[in-house]
Write a protein that binds this ligand. Structure first.
Ligand SMILES: N[C@@H](CCC(=O)N[C@@H](CS)C(=O)NCC(=O)O)C(=O)O
Length: 202
């Protein structure tokens, strides 16, 4: 198995933290986006979308999409489980992970892509899309703050895949001008706890 990684990317970080939580090590190849290594014909054969991460299996099968990779690893290494251990818990974690992806991580990526000079000339930037994405991020953070008043982590009182998705999006926000507003005390309490985990810098 080989993991194709982008050191600074929000999604590859999700997989790295997941692997670290599992205590699983996979040989890793760092891809340099600035050199266009994710746009070469060889890379596009692995993932035609040119995105990272990609997990290449020994038989040549290539799995992209962070959640698909994490689910594959969870099947191989069930403990500690990060997707839940009963049908109901798995459904609740799935629900929260999807909510966090659609309502928080995706708009967080979109605000970065549409507003950052880093993407100028690489993608078509529409500043209005970036501004709208930022407003959605802030709205979701307010909602998460109310949710986190009732439990320790995003989906329940234990750490799960939904927390990994959320913490990687918060980190992208911190690095791109959308920090968690100071008044959101429950998000701040949750962030202090997840970012202190030994795996947080994987
Ligand atoms: N839905 C994919 C998204 C992957 C993605 O957007 N990866 C970004 C890094 S966070 C990337 O590879 N960007 C390269 C580029 O835009 O050229 C996942 O969950 O893995």
């Amino acid at each position: 198995m080989k993991l194709y990684n982008l050191k600074a990317g929000m999604n590859p970080r999700r997989v790295r933290i997941f692997l670290a939580e599992k205590g699983v090590t996979i040989p890793t190849v760092d891809i340099d986006m600035m050199k266009g290594e994710n746009g070469t014909p060889e890379f596009l054969r692995m993932n035609p979308l040119g995105k990272l991460p990609v997990l290449e299996l020994d038989d040549g099968t290539c799995i992209s999409e962070s959640i698909a990779i994490c689910r594959y690893i969870e099947e191989l290494h069930p403990a500690p489980d990060l997707f839940g251990s009963s049908p109901a818990e798995r459904a609740v974690i799935e629900m929260w992970n999807r909510r966090v992806e659609f309502e928080f991580a995706q708009p967080m990526s979109a605000q970065f892509e549409h507003l950052s000079p880093f993407f100028a000339g690489r993608i078509e930037q529409v500043p209005e899309c970036g501004a709208y994405a930022r407003s959605r991020v802030l709205k979701t953070l307010g909602w998460l703050d109310a949710e986190l008043a009732t439990r320790r982590f995003i989906a329940s009182d234990r750490y799960s895949m939904a927390d990994i998705t959320a913490q990687c999006a918060v980190l992208l926000g911190k690095n791109t001008g959308v920090p968690v507003p100071a008044e959101l005390a429950n998000v701040a309490r949750w962030w202090a706890e997840v970012s202190a985990r030994p795996t947080a810098r994987a």
